[in-house]
Design a protein around this ligand. Structure first.
Ligand code: MOS
Length: 687
């Protein structure tokens, strides 16, 4: 058994790479199915109101139409199925005539072919009684109320007002980030059918076990009667973390028509019906002494949500851990509006929160005349500033120093507007950041096969990140065999409970279960099958501040005539625990940095206040960074090891997104002398 070279730490291409590039990898909308019918979703064109009529007779005789499901004939859902994400969760579809937000599904048109279903859906007359709506977000909206998230509640440490009064410099600024859309490449799709007593579905999601529990609850079925599989997923970014409308409606279709039904959202419907990041307004006050030591940080964030679902954007989470300060105050305010329920998107909370905090830190450095890098180094904490807990490991300083060395930061003139190249202004900026990591309960089982191979079953999901490849290496090392001896099976709710691919906690959670199962199997002499559940082990994990860290450096050019910002260089140094696969970890953090660049310069859901609707709900109007926007990106890892977690891993899922917007905004200030406190940094905001 021994003698196999370690697989963890080795750069290997994706195990499913050949299947993907040859088109054999099947995504949810590709699964072949006999007798398949197609459902097209019809969504509300009004923002608030009631359905007056849906004229099904007008389309019933169109070619291929099998029928229409709406609130009058839809299967009844369990009204208590909202779980932790609110009374409705955005899941109680087609249950009544109420329209709570624009884009709410109002009907599913089912036909023999996709084209027939689409033609009938487009022809379906729906009339509404329109009621007044409120989609107008602001931090001081009268409906705002105090909120707290799982990892982010209000804190009060020390006396913020006294420390600010005693500070040599106080920066107080407001920051705005707009609604943003996850924009995964694969539109959400589900195919649902019955096999005997069992409801089966193949769906685009980030965790089929969790999704199966939601579907079972919604449709009042025992969990054993529900099987959800997730094959290949073309990105999630948070939008596939919850049970999507495509799955609820496909299941309704399969029930109503007693045959397999596939529902694929159009790109426009992905924008209108799946999770977005809420609009956020933040206020940051930082006080510091002349020598750059912080005396106080006060960070408040207000964000919009929907009365249908309690999703809290934890913008102040990293403010509680990044810098030493004797006084700290954080608050979150939720503003309910008539909008689609927002949800986690690419570094939820942390990405917008770090934009505000790290831009404010840059202003502190400017006011004090201190190198922004030096300001971070002077405020390195020894224990969690809010929690008082020790850090498990903390390699932010290593990221900052190594990043600065590679970027050539030392030669920077810290005054703004000092560099010109022809007509262009040139500037550089940096941001430090962290992202909380850890593990959630998961199960895994491993079978020692008679031929000397091992079947490893864990309910992981691979969103295109390379989870299959990483977990194969982890299992190989845990079993002390070569990776070719490991057969990994993932993404089937029948495989039992596991954490979803989200919160940057997928790899840690699944790896933990795999390593425990492997240890148990090895101690039993590599015989038979063992199954483990890590729930108890996680309870025994000592409380620590556990985070990944990074330092991001950006160089931009700004055309003062047009206001166009181009990112010319981007460098990220990361401390993410032990790196399982350097090739894929680098791809992951580079992808995150591109997401951060996109957030900094391009992404903005624009809502028409009169209609309450998004006016740019497609890729023609909603801009994301394209190849021409993205420079060569350098990303690398400093040595890091998480002592509390098997294999020493932390998480690299989202941290790439987090520091990049502030690094770019700070570089734009350095180039132009003008602060950018609202994203995206559009040309009209620069000139
Ligand atoms: Mo994520 S935004 O943790 O899916």
């Amino acid at each position: 058994m021994s003698g196999a070279a370690p697989a963890v730490g080795v750069a290997r291409p994706r195990v499913e790479g050949p299947a993907k590039v040859t088109g054999r990898a099947r995504y949810a909308a590709d699964v072949p199915m006999a007798d398949l019918a197609f459902g097209i979703v019809v969504v509300s064109t009004v923002t608030r109101g009631r359905i007056r009529d849906i004229d099904v007779a007008a389309v019933q005789d169109m070619p291929g139409v099998l029928g229409v499901i709406d609130h009058r004939n839809a299967p009844r859902l369990n009204p208590d199925a909202g779980h932790f994400f609110g009374p409705d969760g955005g899941l109680q579809l087609l249950q009544d005539d109420v329209i709570p937000h624009a884009g709410r599904p109002v009907a599913l048109v089912v036909a023999e072919t996709l084209e027939q279903a689409r033609a009938a859906a487009e022809a379906l007359p729906v009339t509404y009684e329109v009621l007044p709506h409120d989609t107008d977000f602001s931090a001081d909206h009268p409906a705002g109320r105090a909120a707290m998230a799982l990892f982010d509640g209000p804190v009060d440490v020390g006396d913020v007002d006294r420390e600010l009064a005693a500070s040599a410099v106080v920066v107080r600024e407001r920051y705005f980030t707009p609604e943003e859309h996850c924009s995964a490449m694969e539109p959400h799709s589900a195919t649902a059918w019955w096999e005997g007593e069992r409801l089966q579905a193949v769906d685009s999601n980030q965790g089929p076990f969790f999704i199966a529990t939601v579907v079972a609850t919604l449709f009042s079925l025992p969990l054993e009667q529900v099987r959800i599989r997730t094959e290949h997923v073309g990105g999630g970014f948070g939008s596939k973390g919850l049970c999507g409308p495509q799955l609820v409606l496909a299941v309704m279709g399969a029930m109503h028509f007693a045959r397999p039904v596939r529902v694929t959202l159009s790109r426009n419907q992905v924008f209108l019906t799946t999770a977005m990041r809420p609009a956020i307004e933040q206020m940051v006050r930082i006080g510091a002494d002349d020598d750059g030591r912080l005396r106080a940080i006060h960070h408040e964030a207000a964000f919009e949500l929907s009365p249908l679902a309690e999703y809290i954007e934890g913008c102040t989470e990293l403010t509680k851990t990044l810098y030493a300060t004797p006084a700290l105050r954080t608050r979150l305010t939720a503003v309910p509006l008539d909008i689609l329920p927002p949800y986690s998107m690419r570094g939820p909370g942390a990405a917008p929160g770090s934009f505000a905090l790290e831009c404010a830190m840059d202003e502190v450095a400017e006011r004090l005349g201190i190198d922004p890098l030096e300001l971070r180094l002077r405020n390195e904490p020894t224990v969690g500033p809010a929690s008082g807990l020790p850090f498990s490991t903390r390699n932010l300083v290593a990221c900052l120093r190594e990043g600065a060395r590679r970027f050539g930061w030392a030669s920077r003139d810290h005054r703004p507007r000092m560099r010109r190249e022809g007509p262009l202004l040139v500037g550089t900026g940096l941001a430090a950041t962290s992202f909380s990591v850890g593990a959630f309960p998961s199960t895994a089982s491993i079978t020692a096969e008679p031929d000397g191979t091992f079947t490893v079953v864990v309910n992981a999901t691979d969103l295109g990140t390379g989870a299959r490849t990483a977990l194969t290496a982890i299992a190989a090392d845990a079993l002390a065999v070569g990776a070719e001896k490991v057969r990994l099976r993932i993404s089937d709710s029948d495989f039992g409970p596991a954490w979803s691919a989200g919160g940057s906690r997928g790899t840690t959670s699944w790896a933990w279960a795999i390593t425990e199962a492997a240890a148990k199997l090895r101690s039993s002499g590599d015989q038979g099958t063992v199954t483990v559940d890590t729930a108890q082990l996680l309870n025994d994990l000592p409380s620590r501040e556990r985070h990944s860290y990074s330092a991001v450096f950006a160089e931009v050019t700004v055309d003062p005539a047009t206001g166009e910002v181009r990112v010319r260089r981007l460098l990220g140094m990361f401390a993410v625990g032990r790196v399982v696969n350097p090739l894929m970890a680098r791809s992951q953090v580079i992808g995150g940095m591109i997401g951060g660049l996109s957030m900094a310069l391009h992404e903005e859901g624009v809502r028409d206040p009169v209609s309450g609707r998004h006016i740019n709900a497609d890729f023609a109007g909603y801009h994301i960074s394209a190849h021409a926007d993205v420079p060569d990106i350098e990303a690398d890892f400093v040595p890091d090891y998480e002592p509390g977690i098997p294999m020493g891993i932390k998480g690299a899922g989202e941290i790439g997104n987090v520091g990049t917007p502030a690094a770019i905004a700070n570089a734009v200030w350095h180039a132009t002398g003008s602060r950018q406190r609202a994203l995206p940094i559009r040309p009209d905001r620069v000139i």
